[in-house]
Design a protein around this ligand. Structure first.
Ligand SMILES: *Cc1c(COP(=O)(O)O)cnc(C)c1O
Length: 346
C-alpha cells in the first residue's frame, strides 16, 4: 500500500466546508479601505481588528528562511494546538490509533486520550533508541500517525537518521517528527527532507530556543496536501495579533538567538562535566537539547532536597525507563552555578 492522503483523512473532514471569515472574503492589499464587514470596533488601539487568519507575514518569513513555500506551513497557538489539529483531522475517535515511544513528551498521550484515540506504546530500547521492528509490528490498518520527538524529551538524545528513514519508508500514515529542541542539536533538521517524503510532518515551537513560551506559537511543516487538510479545521483566528506582531519582530533578530543558543550549549557541556563529580549522580545521559537527564540514587529524596534549597528541577521517575531520573534545564551561567552549588551541598 502506498501513501494515500485522502484515505487517511477523517470522513467528516474530507467533506467539510471550512468557516469563511470576513478576513477570508476580503483580503486587504494595504489600500485605505473602510472596514465595515466584521462587526469590529472602529476605534484604533492596536488590537481592535481581527488578526490575519493565515498569518501571511510570519509564514513568508519562515518560508524564505527554510526554503519552503507558505503552503507548506501551518501556524498554531503553540505546537500543542498543531499536534491536536493532526489528531482531529486524521484520527477517527474510538476507531483509529497512533503510536508513541515512551519515554517521550507527555502531550501525545494526553491528546490521544482527549480525542478518544488508542495510543499504542512501543518503549524505546534501554539506550533510548527507537525499536523500529517493534514499531512496525504495532502498525495496523487503523494506525494514522506515529509521533516521535527528536531530540527526545525527556531523554535528550536524537534518534538515528536511518531508523527514522525506515519508518518513513515502511509506514503509510503520517510520521510526525517533533523538533522542539532542534536548535540545540548539531545535526540537520528533517525540514530538509520534506520534499522526499509525502508522509513526513515536522513540528517546531518558539517556546524553547526562541524564548517565546509565553507567546504560544507552534509551527507545522508538511506537504502542501497535508497542510491543506489541517487548514480546513483550524480555528480561523487561532494566532492572535500581538503574538503575530511580536514573533515577526523577534524572529528577524537571529543574532540574539544565536548568541543565546551558543551560551546554552557551552553551559550545558560545562554542567555535564561538573555533574560527573556529584557522588549521588549515577549516570549522565548524552543530550542534544537544552536539558540534561541524570540518574540519581533516590530521585524523590533528591528532588525534595533540591527544591528546599530553591531550585525547581523535574522529577521524571514515573516515566518508563526513567526510574530515579531528574531532568535539569540549562539556565543562565548564574543559575547553573546555583544548581551546582545546591547539588554539591547535599
Ligand atoms: C516543550 C515542548 C513542546 C512545546 O510545545 P508548545 O505548545 O509549542 O509550547 C513541544 N514538543 C516537545 C517535545 C516539547 O518538549
Amino acid at each position: 500500500m502506498e501513501f494515500d492522503l485522502i484515505n487517511l483523512v477523517r470522513n467528516n473532514v474530507r467533506d467539510l466546508k471550512p468557516y469563511s471569515s470576513a478576513r477570508d472574503e476580503y483580503i486587504s492589499d494595504g489600500s485605505a479601505m473602510v472596514f465595515m464587514d466584521a462587526n469590529e470596533s472602529p476605534y484604533s488601539n492596536g488590537i481592535n481588528r481581527y488578526p490575519d487568519p493565515h498569518q501571511r507575514q510570519l509564514k513568508s518569513l519562515l518560508a524564505s528562511r527554510y526554503n519552503l513555500s507558505p503552503a507548506n506551513i501551518l501556524i498554531g497557538n503553540g505546537s500543542d494546538e498543531v499536534l491536536d489539529l493532526i489528531f482531529r483531522a486524521f484520527c477517527e475517535p474510538q476507531q483509529d490509533n497512533i503510536i508513541t515511544m515512551p519515554p517521550t513528551y507527555g502531550m501525545y498521550k494526553v491528546l490521544a486520550g482527549i480525542n478518544a484515540i488508542e495510543n499504542r506504546e512501543v518503549l524505546l530500547t534501554k539506550n533510548y533508541e527507537l525499536n523500529v521492528e517493534k514499531i512496525l509490528e504495532a502498525i495496523n490498518s487503523n494506525t494514522k500517525a506515529i509521533f516521535l520527538c527528536s531530540p527526545n524529551n525527556p531523554t535528550g538524545n536524537s534518534f538515528s537518521e536511518t531508523h527514522i528513514e525506515d519508518l518513513l519508508n515502511n509506514f503509510h500514515g503520517l510520521l510526525v517528527v517533533d523538533e522542539a529542541y532542534i536548535d540545540f542539536a548539531n545535526h540537520d533538521s528533517w525540514l530538509n527532507r520534506l520534499g522526499q517524503f509525502p508522509n513526513l510532518v515536522v513540528t517546531r515551537t518558539f517556546s524553547k530556543a526562541y524564548g517565546m513560551a509565553g507567546l504560544r506559537l507552534g509551527v507545522c511543516y508538511a506537504s502542501e496536501e497535508v497542510i491543506t487538510v489541517l487548514n480546513r479545521i483550524k480555528p480561523p483566528y487561532n494566532v492572535n495579533e500581538l503574538t503575530q506582531q511580536k514573533a515577526f519582530q523577534m524572529i528577524q533578530n537571529t543574532d540574539v538567538l544565536e548568541r543565546q543558543v551558543e551560551e546554552i550549549l557551552t553551559e550545558r557541556d560545562l554542567m555535564a562535566q561538573q555533574l560527573e563529580k556529584i557522588n549521588f549522580i549515577k549516570e549522565i545521559y548524552p543530550t542534544d537539547a537544552n536539558f540534561i537527564l541524570v540518574k540519581v540514587d533516590d530521585a524523590d529524596k533528591r528532588y525534595r532536597e533540591i527544591l528546599e534549597l530553591g531550585v525547581v528541577v523535574r522529577n521524571r521517575s514515573t516515566q518508563p525507563l526513567c526510574n530515579n531520573s531528574l531532568r535539569f534545564t540549562v539556565g543562565t551561567p548564574e543559575e547553573n552555578k546555583r544548581l551546582l552549588k545546591v547539588l554539591n551541598s547535599l
